[in-house]
Design a protein around this ligand. Structure first.
Ligand SMILES: Cc1cc2nc3c(=O)[nH]c(=O)nc-3n(C[C@H](O)[C@H](O)[C@H](O)COP(=O)(O)OP(=O)(O)OC[C@H]3O[C@@H](n4cnc5c(N)ncnc54)[C@H](O)[C@@H]3O)c2cc1C
Length: 284
């Protein structure tokens, strides 16, 4: 099918984009970034926005920069930018590891990091990354700028704290100190499919014991999130099979799993057990 008719706006500056968004938001105006989620939804007529604010020519939104110990990712930065490490150290390596699990190459060359977060699919790898690393999300509108913590940003399945007239202008990820360990694992039915469950873990070592552990889960619940019960099992403990299995069990017990026609809650719990353990194994 073809999309319902719409008007496409192509602003060149951020101020212009925000002004247009403020005008068209009440008429179901939406931001168009990579189009890799929005365009298929429009083609199926599951969305019929009357206006699209295409940000692909907005100057200054394509930047990746390090400032104040954080990596800032602008709204036009594509998934493919992360195929090679964008910063030295563990964060660049982590992003380059995770990106390979997102969709297929052509989609990664168009879809954007910020678009993934705004779309908020519970199984999105970047949403999981943002939630696990406690990202800051910068929302701009004609009314002003506000910064939203990742834990407050995801409010439900494909639902976020963004207002209709707000553009997610950039996302800030804290750099990881040298020596920080990380591991990622996901289960999807075919390569390139959305994950049925995914886990990202990060920790540092002090005197051989884990500290500052972050255990994030995606695809398992309505929103990606850190799992404090699993983190508590790891902190102060030497990495190893026993600790990894105990943390995986803690995660299984902490979740309220999504259920759908293909995946029961019980099966998702089993997958969570596996992906948390495997992510931890990948960290050593
Ligand atoms: C076959 C297929 C497989 C895929 N597999 C995966 C996968 O495994 N993992 C995964 O994470 N993704 C997957 N995707 C989705 C892909 O990663 C998209 O690129 C991503 O979800 C949305 O990014 P986008 O830039 O294309 O956003 P768009 O499609 O342009 O927009 C998506 C939504 O976000 C809003 N939006 C976009 N940018 C902003 C912004 N800056 N501010 C405010 N609102 C904004 C739009 O208005 C729209 O509602 C897949 C897509 C396809 C087609």
């Amino acid at each position: 099918m073809k999309p319902a008719s719409f008007t496409r706006h192509v602003p060149k500056t951020l101020d212009e984009a925000l002004k247009i968004l403020a005008e068209v938001a009440p008429q179901d105006g939406r931001v168009l970034a990579g189009g890799q989620s929005l365009v298929p939804i429009m083609a199926f007529r599951m969305a019929r926005p009357a206006h699209l604010v295409d940000i692909n020519e907005v100057a200054g939104l394509d930047t990746l920069k390090v400032e104040n110990g954080k990596l800032t990712i602008g709204a036009r930065v594509r998934h493919g930018a992360f195929h090679k490490p964008v910063v030295e150290g563990p964060l660049g390596a982590l992003l380059a590891t995770v990106v390979r699990h997102i969709a297929h190459y052509p989609i990664r060359m168009r879809g954007t990091f910020c678009g993934s977060l705004a779309h908020a699919d519970p199984a999105s790898e970047w949403c999981l990354t943002a939630a696990t690393l406690d990202a800051e999300l910068v929302a701009k509108s004609a009314r002003g700028t506000r910064t939203i913590a990742a834990q407050d940003f995801f409010t439900g399945i494909m639902s976020t704290a963004l207002k209709d007239d707000e553009l997610l202008a950039e996302v800030r990820l804290p750099l990881l100190l040298a020596g920080t360990k990380f591991g990622f694992n996901e289960f999807s039915r075919r390569a390139g499919d959305f994950a049925v469950a995914a886990a990202l873990v990060v920790y540092s070592l002090q005197d051989g014991k884990m500290s500052g552990a972050k255990v994030g889960l995606g695809g398992a619940e309505a929103t990606p999130r850190r799992v404090p019960a699993a983190e508590a099992v790891l902190n102060g403990v030497v990495p190893g099979d026993g600790a990894f299995r105990a943390a995986a069990e803690a995660a299984v017990n902490a979740i309220n799993p999504l259920e759908d026609h293909q995946t029961s809650g019980e099966y998702r719990r089993d997958l969570v057990r596996a992906v948390v353990r495997r992510a931890l194994e990948a960290s050593v």
